[in-house]
Write a protein that binds this ligand. Structure first.
Ligand code: NAP
Length: 275
């Protein structure tokens, strides 16, 4: 992997699989834009990358449970860098993080939908002009095999809430957005794909759910890096991968009307409609 001269943004890279991916990209020579909520962990990774002496690292602090903070992150990135070759939308919370009960974001939206999906949707849309100007460039949405169809009459899951359903709805939303955006970006030189990195990696999210890990961070990290830099996926777009292999997502992902509905809703919820 040669990333000299390339710039990559990896959200949620202060911990877990995002941290691994950011470190690998930097080791390959990339300028890596690290992101998370915790400055101490962000600065520690930036220092570690600088000490190893190849790539560069800059830390951006932003809580993606707030759309205003998400916008500020995009604005900071756009102000700081002249090119963006890779955007890995990886930040996320599991089904149990911060408790099993239903919670809402700063904007009043169901928390897992807001953090895992809406913030990545907004970031991608705000960063698109720079990604297009830097083409060929890639977007990778880190989703999951855990997928639950969206009930458009109750997207914020006010009835029959469970953390598992909320997590899985947010992950299918990422996949639907991937297919939708790939259609829009045909011939732009920007590709967008999504994946399930690996099952129950040994990360904070999995441990917080009381689950015994069965995969390593390296395994999931390599699957993300495959979509991010792999030669065999160059030019491919709108796909879902299970680890290293192309796979089928939940049937709702292939329902064009549902994708269109999600797009319209997401534009409205993020304040981008009519912008
Ligand atoms: N672990 C698995 O087995 C597995 C399986 C399938 C898919 N995935 C997906 O892989 C991705 C990474 O998961 P992981 O297991 O590596 O999780 P993790 O170790 O818990 O790391 C999550 C990262 O996201 C950041 N984050 C969480 N909430 C945030 C918020 N409100 N604002 C900004 N940043 C936030 C965290 O930042 P802080 O340092 O501030 O907490 C951390 O950097 C997620 O999208 C997850 O759904 C994981």
């Amino acid at each position: 992997m040669k990333m000299d001269g390339k710039t990559a943004l990896v959200t949620g890279s202060t911990d877990g699989v995002g941290r691994y991916v950011a470190a690998q990209l930097a080791a390959a020579g990339a300028r890596v834009l690290i992101h998370g909520r915790d400055s101490a962990r962000g600065d520690a990774l930036a220092d570690e990358i600088k000490r190893t002496g190849h790539g560069e690292a800059v830390f951006y602090q932003a809580d993606l449970s707030s759309l205003a903070a998400t916008r500020q992150l995009a604005e900071a990135v756009l102000a700081d860098v002249r090119r963006l070759d890779l955007f890995i939308s990886n930040a996320g919370i599991g089904s149990q993080n911060q408790g099993p009960q239903r919670q809402t974001s700063a904007d009043g939206y169901e928390l897992r939908f807001a953090v895992n999906y809406l913030s990545g949707f907004l970031l991608a849309r705000l960063l698109l002009p720079l990604l297009k100007a830097s083409a060929p460039s890639r977007i990778v949405n880190v989703a999951s095999l855990g997928q639950h169809p969206i009930d458009f009459d109750d997207v914020m899951i006010t009835k029959n809430y469970s953390g598992g359903r909320a997590y899985a709805q947010s992950k299918l939303s990422q996949i639907m957005f991937t297919i939708d955006l790939a259609d829009e970006l045909k011939a732009s030189g920007v590709t967008v794909n999504s994946l399930h990195p690996a099952t129950y990696m040994n990360t904070t999210m999995v441990r917080a759910g009381g689950i015994t890990p069965i995969s390593t961070v390296e395994e999931g990290g390599e699957a993300i890096l495959h979509l991010a830099v792999g030669d065999d996926v160059a030019g491919k777009s709108g796909l879902f991968f299970n680890g290293m292999n192309q796979a089928k997502a939940h049937p709702q992902a292939y329902d064009a009307a549902a994708r269109q509905r999600l797009r319209a809703l997401s534009l409205e919820l993020t304040g981008l409609a009519g912008a």
